[in-house]
Design a protein around this ligand. Structure first.
Ligand code: TRP
Length: 452
């Protein structure tokens, strides 16, 4: 067992390989797959966007996920500690610090949206959601999120469940719950897609997802969104996989497990698209309904379709579970860090950290109501946080990881540390980290700043 950084206790470890993959997929599959991926795809040309997205995953996302896991397993420490072990006194540590900070802020607003999902689940089960007039779902959603107390209550409930999972530890918390929730999620999304595909007119939705409009590839924004979405959906760029990698045994095969995770995440996003678009087209709704797709368009759809009273609650339960497993991974990053630095027990740290993050998230919730005057352009507080994290913190974090493993690490050592060896695959991975991934991120930045 590793005994670095003066740790006297053996570091926690995953119980089984399958358990780790469930936890990794649990982190990756989240609101990003069900709430974000379909509407971004809808707004950006359907299949053409998916093609670009797949390239981003392969050329940038997966290599960085592998790099994060390798850092964590080698150093056997948390986000910040790993850089201290591998590159003492160097500036690379910024990558770890950014990760812990990003964990705070992403989780703070993520839990707000997760809270909306839980509220919708509750009202769908109680039946009150279906009493709304079919033209009234937009109004209902707008009125609901503008309230002060109720959204905060549901946000806090999601947070409490997250704290409970993380407080249980690596094996008895993260691994155990993901092993239950991930198969449940897979079954639910497959059932939903199966149902959606049997509807009359479903073929149009399938065509929308799989027939690319190549003209869209001329629009630089498509690349920008695809890369941001790839980072967010894979949970990379904020040291989740450094932390998770530190609980891996030396014999586990990182490239295989990371590929399984990335494949699981991508397949899940596509099946979520197959659950949503065929139904949207079958009932003549608008596929590019923006962020309201899940909370405005779909409730109307469930109300209109046969079996919607069953499908609706199932969909929101899917959203809640997916969000919960991702939230646990977001909380684990700062918790692992503070456990080491403060030398305090996991349970206590999980409660305090979770509570602070909950408090930080409150303005994001109120930004749709009493704090509605705080805006940057047309962005609310939640949108601003989302924008800064997805477009700045995650890409910078990912770039630091890629450059660190690609350039600061001895080539011999890194290839054996990752378990790829000196073969084509190993060198491809290294070059993607050294050159391709950083250039992709750089391009996106320069574009953001209107320089290209
Ligand atoms: N990947 C999750 C989703 O798709 C969100 C998430 C969890 C995340 N952990 C992360 C995003 C770490 C960025 C970094 O919803």
């Amino acid at each position: 067992m590793a005994q670095q950084l003066g740790e006297t206790k053996a570091r926690e470890e995953w119980g089984t390989r399958l358990g780790f993959v469930c936890a990794a997929v649990g982190s990756a599959v989240g609101l990003g797959n069900i709430w974000r991926f379909p509407y971004i795809t809808g707004e950006n040309g359907g299949a053409a966007f998916i093609v670009v997205y797949l390239l981003c995953i392969l050329l940038c996302g997966l290599p960085i996920m592998i790099a994060e896991l390798t850092i964590g397993r080698k150093a056997q420490s948390d986000a910040v500690g790993s850089f201290e072990v591998l590159a003492p006194g160097k500036l690379w540590i910024v990558g770890g610090v950014l990760g812990v900070l990003a964990g705070f802020f992403i989780l703070s607003f993520y839990s707000v949206v997760a809270g909306w999902a839980l509220k919708y689940f509750a009202t769908a089960v109680s039946g009150s959601l279906w009493e709304i007039d079919k033209a009234g779902f937009g109004q209902f959603f707008g009125d609901y999120i503008a309230q002060s107390w109720e959204p905060i209550f549901w946000q806090g409930t999601m947070m409490a469940m997250t704290i409970y999972i993380v407080a249980g530890g690596v094996k008895k918390g993260l691994e155990r719950w993901n092993r239950i929730l991930i198969p449940a999620l897979a079954i639910m999304v497959i059932l939903l897609a199966g149902f959606s595909l049997t509807l009359d007119g479903a073929a149009k939705g399938v065509a929308f997802l799989f027939t690319p409009d190549w003209k869209k590839l001329g629009d630089p924004n498509v690349y920008l969104l695809a890369l941001g979405q790839a980072f967010f959906s894979l949970s990379i760029g904020m040291a989740v996989f450094i932390t998770y990698g530190s609980y891996l045994s030396q014999s586990s095969r990182i490239p295989v497990m990371a590929s399984a995770t990335a494949a699981g995440d991508t397949i899940f996003a596509i099946i979520a698209g197959l659950a949503i678009f065929p139904a949207v087209f079958a009932f003549g709704f608008d596929p590019s309904a923006g962020a309201g797709l899940s909370f405005i368009t779909l409730p109307g759809l469930f109300q209109a379709m046969p079996g919607g009273m069953v499908v609706g609650p199932l969909f929101f339960l899917l959203l809640v579970f997916a969000a919960l497993t991702s939230m646990a991974s977001l909380l684990e990053v700062p918790v692992a860090f503070f456990m080491r630095v403060l030398e305090a027990p996991r349970g206590k740290i999980a409660i305090i950290t979770g509570f602070v993050i909950f408090a930080i998230g409150i303005p994001s919730s109120l930004g749709f109501g009493v704090l509605g005057h705080i805006k940057w352009g047309d962005k609310t507080i939640l949108d601003i946080m989302d924008f800064l994290m997805l477009n700045l913190a995650l890409p910078i974090g990912g770039m630091i990881t890629a450059l660190f493993v690609g350039w600061a690490w001895q080539q011999q050592s890194v290839l054996s540390d990752v378990g790829l060896g000196k073969n084509v695959l190993g060198f491809c991975w290294l070059w993607l980290l050294k050159v391709v991934a950083p250039l992709m991120v750089l391009f996106v930045f320069l574009h953001k700043l209107n320089l290209v």
